[in-house]
Design a binder for this molecule. Structure first.
Ligand code: ZN
Length: 415
């Protein structure tokens, strides 16, 4: 009742003053432009253009939902661009494909004057002052590092500042919410010894850990272990739509304790659990999550270019103002909207950097995954049998024992 009175009052004032709700949204979003948690443009660049950028007009790409003109119309100032390769590349050429996707995003973000590649909160703030759209790189799926911390570190060197621990496939060290792929299906798979090392190394490097796509078991284990806030870069509320990609209320409460962030996904299948949805149903997810954990842990992670059906009126990157208008009409304050639009994300990124600074004296992790855990024909083993490895924590392998015996025998025969 009170809410509808406020809306009526505001509409009346707006009518008298000539300051419309659209003006109010535009003004708010100009001061607090959006940072969105997830966009799969790079995937579309590969699919539609084979990563050949020279003939693309980035201000007008009709085939898809994202281009610079529409990002500007939607008041998008920062975008986490997904570096994604399909799970089918696991145990094959996932690392090469990931490098190619990093390359295409870096080229796109340096060749277009309205984009800017950013790798820190300082650069993110500076890019806002320069009226640029900040590109941030986020690897989507731990299969991209091929169970190697050196690969993770090299991705960081190339500018990657976030990684989702899984996509729709398990890795040898973490579990996906999806059962679509047969990779590494096994018991007690949530987060192995090596998985824990990945989390710790991401904390040390200052990379944002993304739990969208992980199983609840993996998410829970990471929420307990991570020293820095984590994000769900593109997930919605499980209470309103019971997709395994969404987050249940009990986990939202764990996320709040971690000071992390859920960035609400617009994909209709995760909003209504059907192919159709509308802006009101999206706003319901924001209302629900706010009721459960408050506004400090909420952001926006549209999933444009990574999904097939979006709500009516929210179907490309120019349409974010329609959602903000809906939330204003539901009595969200301008301060709350400023938080979900950008301030919460900047706070999380800032805390991740602060943890990195705290851990600056810790050396790069030399934990390696055991050979048994990554046994596949595409992996050339160069490790000396006596070299220390994660497998040593579980006792020597059969191969290790055999090679040690051969070495001993050959030494004895020399005596
Ligand atoms: Zn995704």
């Amino acid at each position: 009742m009170f809410q509808s009175q406020c809306i009526t009052l505001f509409s009346l004032c707006a009518l008298i003053s000539g300051y419309s709700e659209e003006d109010r949204v535009r003004d708010l979003m100009s001061r607090y432009p959006l940072i969105d948690g997830h966009n799969d443009l790079a995937l579309q660049l590969r699919k539609h253009y084979n990563n050949q950028l020279n003939h693309i007009n980035f201000y007008d790409i009709k085939e898809i939902a994202t281009d610079i003109s529409r990002l500007q119309a939607g008041h998008v100032q920062g975008q986490m661009f997904s570096v994604y390769v399909l799970c089918g590349a696991q145990e094959k050429d996932a690392v090469r494909l990931t490098l190619e996707q990093i390359d295409v995003l870096k080229r796109m973000c340096t060749q277009n004057k309205d984009f800017e590649l950013v790798t820190s909160t300082q650069e993110l703030r500076d890019s806002h002052l320069k009226h640029k759209i900040a590109c941030m790189l986020s690897v989507e799926g731990g299969h991209s590092i091929d169970s190697s911390l050196p690969v993770l570190r090299m991705f960081y060197q190339l500018g990657v500042r976030s990684m989702a621990l899984t996509h729709t496939c398990n890795t040898p060290w973490a579990e996906s919410s999806s059962k679509r792929y047969s990779f590494y299906q096994r018991q007690n798979n949530s987060l192995t010894t090596f998985g824990r090392a990945v989390v710790e190394e991401m904390n040390r490097l200052g990379m944002i850990i993304d739990l969208s796509h992980t199983s609840w078991g993996t998410a829970q284990a990471v929420l307990k272990l991570s020293k820095a806030p984590v994000i769900f870069s593109h997930s919605s509320s499980y209470s309103l739509c019971n997709s395994d990609r969404n987050v249940p209320d009990w986990m939202l409460k764990e996320l709040k304790k971690n000071r992390g962030l859920i960035m609400v996904n617009f994909h209709s299948n995760f909003i209504s659990c059907k192919r159709e949805a509308n802006i009101s149903l999206v706003a319901d997810h924001f209302d629900h999550i706010k009721n459960i954990i408050g506004v400090d842990s909420i952001g926006i992670g549209s999933d444009f270019e990574g999904a097939i059906s979006f709500p009516k009126g929210l179907d490309d990157v120019s349409k974010y103002p329609a959602l903000i208008k809906e939330l204003l009409q539901r009595n969200w304050t301008e301060q709350e909207l400023a938080d979900i639009l950008r301030r919460n994300f900047v706070r999380v990124f800032d805390e991740v950097e602060k943890m990195r600074d705290k851990m600056v004296m810790e050396p790069p992790s030399e934990v390696q995954i055991s050979l048994e855990e990554v046994h596949n024909p595409c992996r050339l083993v160069l490790r000396h049998p006596d070299s220390p490895s994660a497998s040593d924590q579980h006792g020597p392998s059969a191969l290790h024992i055999l090679l040690t015996a051969v070495l001993l025998l050959s030494t004895l025969s020399l005596l």
